[in-house]
Design a protein around this ligand. Structure first.
Ligand code: DAH
Length: 356
């Protein structure tokens, strides 16, 4: 066989032979060196590819003699390169500093309790010490439990689309239904009274919804805790004592309360409760608008119509109820001025409650 390459004096067989002697001696000390060698031997324009290009030009009858050693050469190079790659990564791994298995682990970053959860738990804790248990009710409610049973007149403005999110029925019946997102947790009162007879002493915490524009002072959802106590001989004086106890436990022993007459359809008489402003100690400041008092909840004696509608004999039993906004209490306790902070989940805000 004397087919000679036009670029050098060696025959193709001699070059196959020469290259197969080099293969074992190939060495790469770094990824860059390995890549250089790969380009030299195994790339599209490398030594082996060049031999294949020449192989195409060899007369047919000579191809059989050269084909087998050429393929063997290619396989030998590929195997050597795979081996070099492995050796190289083993060397790199060996050079890495060893993991110190005795070192103290990095501290885990734990989540914190949300301020509204902290306040809700504190309210529940305070009332559970005087015998209140917790009752739960659905957020998607109906008109009956949110309004009718609570003595709201059929045309009461709270039913208006302005305040309440009604849930629409199937598309062909686009008119509003009586299914809605509850606007207050007083709806849970009705469910409790419908399902059990006095004595009833429950707390109903939960989320409520109102069709309000979102601002620093209002939101389309917020949280309330409702309280209900029904038994024989429950009086307004009992209500006042319990609320005074709550205010002192929540805001400090010096806290004073004041009840102002108000109106709610489901209580009679109704009142709103203020606590003495703990920022200025009652002297008057911008927070309490100079009055020395800040409003924290609504309350009253359960209206006889509500007791009767819920199957409790109003001639035998009386009761009181109260309802407060959790955000409002949290605002006062933590001096948070913008309501939106509670639902934006900014960790810079939330982290501040880590130690509470
Ligand atoms: N449900 C009232 C509201 O959302 C709060 C309230 C007022 C609840 C007086 C009561 C109550 O139980 O007696 O504004």
């Amino acid at each position: 066989m004397n087919f000679r390459n036009y670029r050098c004096d060696m025959t193709i067989q001699e070059r196959i032979e020469a290259l197969s002697q080099q293969v074992e001696g190939l060495k790469a000390g770094s990824a860059e060196e390995l890549e250089k060698l790969r380009i030299q031997y195994l790339s599209k324009k490398g030594e082996i590819a060049r031999l294949y290009d020449e192989f195409k030009l060899i007369p047919k009858d000579e191809k059989a003699v050269i084909g087998a050693p050429l393929n063997k050469l290619k396989q030998a190079y590929e195997a050597r390169f795979a081996e070099m790659k492995e050796l190289l990564s083993a060397a790199i791994a060996a050079a890495q500093p060893k993991e110190d298995l005795t070192r103290t682990p990095d501290p885990l970053t734990l989540g914190t309790r949300h301020p509204l959860s902290l306040v809700r738990e504190e309210i529940i804790d305070i009332f559970s010490r005087i015998g209140f248990t917790v009752a739960d009710g659905p957020e998607i409610e109906d008109d009956k439990h949110v309004f009718s049973l609570l003595n709201f007149a059929p045309e009461h403005p709270a039913r208006d689309m302005q305040d309440t999110f009604f849930i629409e029925k199937e598309p062909e019946e686009q008119k509003p239904t009586d299914i809605l997102l509850r606007t207050h947790t007083s709806s849970v009162q009705t469910r409790v009274m419908l399902s059990q007879q006095p004595p009833i002493r429950v707390l109903c915490p939960g989320r409520v919804y109102r069709n309000e524009a979102i601002s620093a002072r209002a939101h389309c959802f917020f949280h309330q805790v409702e309280g209900l106590y029904v038994d024989k001989n429950v009086s307004f004086a009992d209500l006042r004592e319990v609320l005074l106890y709550f205010a002192k436990e929540m805001f400090g022993a010096e806290t004073k309360i004041r009840l102002r007459p108000s109106y709610f359809p489901f209580t009679e008489p109704s009142a709103e409760m203020d606590i003495s402003c703990d920022i200025c100690g009652g002297k008057g400041c911008s927070f309490c608008k100079g009055t020395g008092w800040v409003e924290i909840l609504g309350c009253g004696m359960v209206h006889p119509n509500v007791l009767d509608a819920c199957g409790i004999d109003s001639k035998v039993y009386t009761g009181y109820a109260f309802g407060m906004g959790v955000e409002r209490i949290a605002n006062l306790k933590y001096k948070v001025k913008d309501l939106r902070l509670f639902s934006e989940n900014d960790v810079r805000f939330l982290n501040q409650f880590a130690s509470c």
